[in-house]
Design a protein around this ligand. Sequence first.
Ligand code: PDD
Length: 276
Amino acid sequence: SHVFINGQWCQPEEAVVSVFDRGFLFADGVYEVVPFYTGYPLLFDDHYERLERSLAQVGIDNPYQREEWLSICQTLAESTPEANGIVYIQVTRGAEYPRNHLPEGELTPTVMATASPWVPPVETPDPVHVEPFEDIRWLRCDIKSISLLGNIMLKQEAKKRGAFEPLLHRNGRVTEGASCNYFMVKDGCLYTPPNDELILGGITREWILELAESAGIEVKETAFSLDELMQADECFLSSSTREVQPVGTIGSTTINNGSIGPITQQLAELFRNRRP
Ligand code: PDD
């Protein structure tokens, strides 16, 4: 498999980054995850625009134009032996010595991109168990930052409790997962927390909202509490790698008798039918 590093293509073991890279020292960088199906990146423009936004928010110059990013993604998608996979893109502020919190010099961003194999769900997966946790992360979760310590700590806690994923809330208000967005269905209406600074606006989340609207399902991007979610008719989570993943239990509360609900099923099928 190829690695793209600062404009060069090489083997993983040949790819080299400075130990003074600010990504390594400070997690000073942003990333994207773009799924590809049969060699085609899904919703590339949306991923590109989010990368542009993340870079702008942290003040790193976008090193490439849209077409160059697309060509990097396509080359990676075509270079893997598998038809389906994940492209990972990372841009850090660059290397700087001596170590200094405040970036000062004219730095050249470090760009790395790689692809890994991935098997998209063929059928809708079985409902999973999630565990609620207080959201201990920072207040700019809208930036796709490579600084993911909070997310990792929460994932580990969830794993200890046998959960597939944490369900994060701030003082009772549901935000998202450690690497996914959450939805609930109540009385036929689809709810998901608003796209503010407390969540990463998922590309999959946006796509699901569009699919729901075009199917005539009522949609509300509104904050809801953990208690309200416990009373929901259906619950599912979404991400580029999980697509539509039904949730069967939240802590000790069972949702829809632990089985997949009709609207979740409908959206999962719409998602599968509309991807390449
Ligand atoms: N994570 N929220 C968080 C905190 C995420 O890390 C992700 C994605 C999402 C869903 O975003 P999208 O639908 O655009 O994948 C929401 C990726 C997959 C990752 O970190 O690997």
